[in-house]
Ligand binder design. Structure first.
Ligand SMILES: Cc1cc2nc3c(=O)[nH]c(=O)nc-3n(C[C@H](O)[C@H](O)[C@H](O)COP(=O)(O)OP(=O)(O)OC[C@H]3O[C@@H](n4cnc5c(N)ncnc54)[C@H](O)[C@@H]3O)c2cc1C
Length: 162
């Protein structure tokens, strides 16, 4: 078993998301990518065999469970969840507040985020729809070197945007 801590927006003493899965799992990779891009702090626990499964999850055998498992800070365990299910449990899948909007923006990358902030600051009813992870491509970069207003570079574009 290997355990890796993924840094993002660290809150001292706050319970983190835990992700359990096998090292070569494509689904676990996809979830790690989503959590990283969404700036969710989480622990990644790679399960090597039944002993790890028993110790970490209290379940007897890897073959009897649907991996990967996402454990939320409140203790809820999601077995082989989709990205949408994870987003839903994190409270990110919401319904529009109003029936109609002045501006609808699809895509919450840097362009969409900037447009939404400026539209809303002009008093327009603005909705921003993202299909995967807020931050867009910029969420995959550890350092944006030429973001406006950050002459030294910006390693947390998403948190700055929030
Ligand atoms: C590893 C990496 C490092 C980079 N480093 C730098 C750098 O140092 N400096 C720099 O200037 N640029 C850098 N870039 C490029 C920069 O990130 C992009 O130019 C920038 O993100 C483009 O912003 P955007 O909002 O136009 O599009 P994107 O960031 O691509 O965002 C588009 C968003 O729209 C969403 N979307 C698409 N279709 C839909 C739909 N139908 N409905 C809802 N949502 C949808 C996508 O999921 C995505 O989140 C880097 C890119 C990468 C990948």
């Amino acid at each position: 078993m290997t355990q890796q801590q993924n840094s993002a927006l660290s809150q001292p003493n706050q319970k983190k998301v835990r992700l359990y899965g096998q090292l070569d799992s494509a689904q676990a990779y996809e979830i790690r990518d989503f959590l990283n891009r969404s700036v969710v702090e989480f622990d990644w626990i790679a399960l090597g065999g039944d002993d790890d499964c028993n110790r970490e999850l209290g379940l007897p055998s890897l073959s009897n469970i649907r991996l990967p498992v996402v454990e939320l800070p409140d203790g809820t365990q999601l077995f082989a969840p989709t990205i949408r299910e994870i987003a839903q449990h994190l409270g990110w899948v919401t319904q529009p507040k109003f029936k109609e909007y002045d501006v609808s923006i699809y895509g919450a990358g840097p362009a969409g985020l900037s447009a939404a902030v400026y539209a809303a600051s002009e008093g327009l009813r603005t909705v921003l729809v993202e299909r995967h992870a807020v931050g867009g491509q910029a969420g995959t970069s550890s350092l944006i070197e030429n973001y406006m207003g950050f002459p030294e570079g910006c390693d947390s574009l998403l948190s700055e945007s929030r």
